[in-house]
Write a new protein. Structure first.
Ligand SMILES: C[S@@+](CC[C@H](N)C(=O)[O-])C[C@H]1O[C@@H](n2cnc3c(N)ncnc32)[C@H](O)[C@@H]1O
Length: 273
């Protein structure tokens, strides 16, 4: 059977990125190529590579978790900014409620961050990796607007909206588009937030969290994972705990665990940085 050439990989990447499903997201081509190469490496037949790559990409982008009309929300944010910080905070709450991951956190947002900062101290700099809409919860973190908040996501319109929010809220627009698994952030920070994504990273590449966490130039990593699946029918506590423990095994890092409203919170103290 004919194997896939570099040219085939380029064409397949273009086809996916220009498809109706993904064209507006402006995703990094490197993500799609990485998935294609991974399917080839595990011995997928050339005719099956595109299908399984698309399935993996769907899980990574997780479109089922919710998306707003980004252009419309840029306009609404500008209107809210003209009305002042209270209106911007109202707008943030609406954005947080669009995406399942952040919506679930809204009722206990303040206690969620208080619990974390009691254990790691108030950070002056944060890497929010695979952030989705979480940066819109900044007004409830109790931190000053001088906090260097570096947010990373694959989805370009999402990152643009986050930077627009940072600007109108008086913060530095430090959000970036990119694949953090292929190009982990190099900016040093006090802590990294890696919320509700480590289990998807494991599905993308088993065990990849370990090197990713080692590479993050921070003192602490706050990993959160859902204690139940999306339908609430399956308890996943043991599996999630073992995911975290396996990925830090033998590294000598200190691990603390707590839980708020079905979100397991693992605080990893790397020491030094
Ligand atoms: C489940 S959501 C994360 C939610 C968010 N951390 C929270 O808890 O509110 C997954 C997000 O991670 C992004 N993502 C997934 N893999 C990524 C990668 N390799 N690099 C950057 N962003 C990624 C997706 O685009 C999506 O916005």
């Amino acid at each position: 059977m004919k194997s896939l050439s570099e040219n085939d990989i380029e064409q397949m990447t273009e086809r996916v990125l220009r498809s109706r499903k993904y064209v507006s997201m402006d995703l990094p081509a490197e993500t799609v190529k990485d998935l294609i190469r991974q399917e080839i490496a595990v011995g997928k037949a050339p005719k099956d590579v595109e299908k399984s790559m698309r399935e993996k990409l769907h899980q990574i982008i997780a479109p089922y978790l919710g998306d707003p009309d980004y252009e419309l929300e840029e306009e609404r944010l500008a209107q809210a900014a003209a009305a002042g910080d209270d209106a911007v905070r109202e707008w943030c709450l609406r954005m947080l409620s669009v995406h399942t991951s952040s919506r679930e956190r809204i009722p206990q947002m303040e206690s969620f961050y208080r619990t974390i900062f009691e254990r790691i101290g108030e950070p002056e700099s944060i890497l929010d990796v695979a952030c989705a809409f979480n940066p819109f919860s900044f007004p409830w973190m109790g931190l000053p607007k001088t906090t260097a908040y570096h947010a990373y996501d694959l989805h370009a319109p999402r990152v643009h909206l986050i930077n627009s929010f940072f600007k109108v809220y008086g913060m530095e627009p430090f959000a970036e588009t990119g694949d953090i698994l292929i190009n982990p952030p190099e900016v040093k920070a006090d802590t990294a937030f890696f919320f509700k994504e480590a289990h998807r990273f494991e599905s993308r590449k088993k065990g990849c969290n370990r090197n990713f966490w080692i590479s993050l130039p921070v003192k602490t990593i706050v990993v959160t994972l859902p204690a139940e699946n999306l339908t609430g029918q399956h308890q996943m506590r043991d599996r999630q705990r073992s995911l975290v423990e396996k990925n830090i095994e033998g590294l000598g890092w200190k691990l603390e665990e707590t839980e708020i409203a079905g979100e397991m919170i693992f605080i990893i103290h790397k020491g030094g940085r």
